[in-house]
Design a protein around this ligand. Structure first.
Ligand code: B1M
Length: 216
């Protein structure tokens, strides 16, 4: 039953059917399915397939956009169910964004949501954000962690530029820097002087906890 729902969610994303993806997401919640599993086993599998079809030339940009739109509609329904509104102590303050030149928002938003669901206060500044915007947000929100997402092999270089800019702004000692996104690796993170790399939203939460409290 649940596997069938995950497959249907994936298929709605592959087909770029936003309305259907939204209806399925509502049905999944009605059936008390875990929203995170619906995202990981359904929507994410679907968008990965869209990416494969795009890479192999079977899909073009319009299909990529339709798939992402379908995923977003379903995420907007599933994500609030992951963040219950119990008042909790703030674990840490995080500025999160996708780097300049990069419009990919789904993974970054998922990381923000998971951090929020785990008690972090996240200031999500959005996609295509300049180093200046990151730095202003760190100062304005007194952040302890900065998260920078990049999905393109070209824009991942901006993560290095961001770290250099944070150093130049004299803020490097104040913040821990986490990077992520499909082309990013642990060794790239080490090479550019980030404090950590996370492969997915769940490991980003573990990493953030470790960086906030290394003894934990
Ligand atoms: Co784009 N795109 N895209 N795209 N797109 C990729 C990334 C690509 C791999 C597709 C492909 O060719 N197979 C390819 C990149 C190739 C490369 O650089 N090596 C690509 C390309 C080429 C492009 C364009 C250049 C296409 C064009 O115009 N010709 C263009 C660039 C636009 C730009 O940014 N300037 C483009 C545009 C788009 C859309 C706008 C149409 C759309 C995004 C819509 C949106 O976000 N609102 C889109 C999409 C949807 C994709 C794919 C299919 C899916 C991305 C996604 O949302 N994945 C993608 C193929 C793929 O990744 N399989 C592709 C689901 C998401 C949950 O995963 O984002 O990886 P992901 O996030 C994960 C982890 O990476 C990690 O946790 C997340 C959750 O588990 N993570 C972090 C992410 N950020 C993190 C930060 C952290 C920690 C972990 O700490 C801070």
């Amino acid at each position: 039953m649940s596997t069938e729902m995950y497959d249907q969610l994936a298929q709605a994303v592959i087909d770029g059917e936003a309305k259907e993806a939204g209806e399925l997401a509502r049905q999944a919640l009605d059936q008390n399915l875990d929203p995170l599993i619906c995202i990981n086993e359904g929507l994410t599998k679907g968008i990965e397939r869209v990416g494969e079809l795009f890479a192999s030339g079977e899909y073009f940009l319009p299909e990529l956009i339709l798939g992402a739109d379908a995923m977003k509609v379903a995420l907007d329904i599933l994500e609030p169910a992951m963040v219950d509104d119990q008042a909790r102590e703030v674990v840490g303050r995080v500025v999160m964004g996708t780097v300049e030149g990069d419009m990919h928002e789904i993974g970054k938003t998922l990381v923000s949501t998971m951090l929020t669901a785990n008690g972090f206060k996240v200031f999500d500044i959005g996609v295509d954000q300049s180093t200046e915007k990151f730095i202003d947000a760190i100062k304005e929100n007194d952040a302890e962690i900065v998260g920078a997402s990049a999905l393109l092999t070209t824009t991942m270089l901006q993560q290095r530029t961001l770290i250099e800019a944070i150093e130049e702004a004299g803020l490097r000692d104040q913040v821990k820097i986490i990077i992520g996104g499909a082309p990013v690796t642990e060794s790239f993170a080490a090479e550019i002087g980030a404090d950590g790399y996370a492969e997915d939203a769940i490991s980003a939460v573990d990493l953030a906890f470790r960086l906030i409290d290394p003894a934990a």
